[in-house]
Design a protein around this ligand. Structure first.
Ligand code: GTP
Ligand code: MG
Length: 187
């Protein structure tokens, strides 16, 4: 088993997930440290300078919007990203089910035959709306999809775990816990 040890000069984080789960709100909340009441469909790509990131690495954060982008563009963005955050809404079971029925297979397909695995972080947004946790379901997903490095429940509205979410994404690239290079089977 070969582990990824390469030190990166930057980290590119892509947020995907069903419409309305709060991808754009999460990015704008991180940047402005307050919940934006009105959000555009897609946030502009932002670069966070190294000195204000926990791992001291310049970090690009890229939004995705199904209303503004084609499937082809999404595939290209997945290939360019170093880590993909799949966002769901904790109060929307459909968005949670779609992690395994749609998003994880889509990321695998986009990577195709490349010998690298894209680390994934599962992000449950809108915890301000519920009084239970979805982490049990998410841990089950993690057993079946080893590329999922970590998971976090957060709220763009209350800013709960927002900086943690982006830290986990950085960490998944810089300090992955599972091998990200899939070795070819030996005879
Ligand atoms: P698309 O761009 O359509 O794919 O959606 P999106 O994932 O970017 O979601 P967006 O940020 O536009 O948020 C959708 C709705 O959810 C908006 O009305 C937000 O105000 C709301 N929202 C986002 N985050 C939270 C949150 O943490 N808590 C609550 N209560 N509402 C939220
Ligand atoms: Mg959006």
């Amino acid at each position: 088993v070969q582990y990824s040890v390469a030190q990166r000069k930057n980290v590119r984080i892509l947020l995907v997930g069903d419409a309305g789960v709060g991808k754009t709100s999460l990015i704008l909340s991180l940047v402005s440290e307050e919940f934006p009441e009105d959000v555009p469909p897609k946030a502009e790509e932002i670069t966070i300078p190294a000195n204000v990131t926990p791992e001291q690495v310049p970090t690009n954060i890229v939004d995705y919007s199904s209303t503004e982008q084609s499937d082809e563009t999404l595939n290209e963005e997945i290939l360019k990203a170093h880590v993909v955050c799949i966002v769901y809404s904790v109060e929307d079971d459909v968005s949670l089910d779609r992690i395994t029925s749609h998003w994880l297979p889509l990321v695998r397909n986009a990577i195709g035959t490349e010998q690298t695995r894209k680390p994934i972080v599962l992000v449950g947004n809108k915890v301000d709306l519920i009084e239970y946790s979805t982490i049990d379901s998410v841990l089950t997903i993690m057993e079946d999809f080893p590329e999922v490095e970590s998971c976090v429940e957060c709220s763009a509205k209350t800013l709960h775990n927002i900086s943690e979410m982006f830290y986990y994404a950085q960490k998944a690239v810089l300090h992955p816990t599972s091998p990200l290079y899939i070795m070819e089977e030996q005879d």
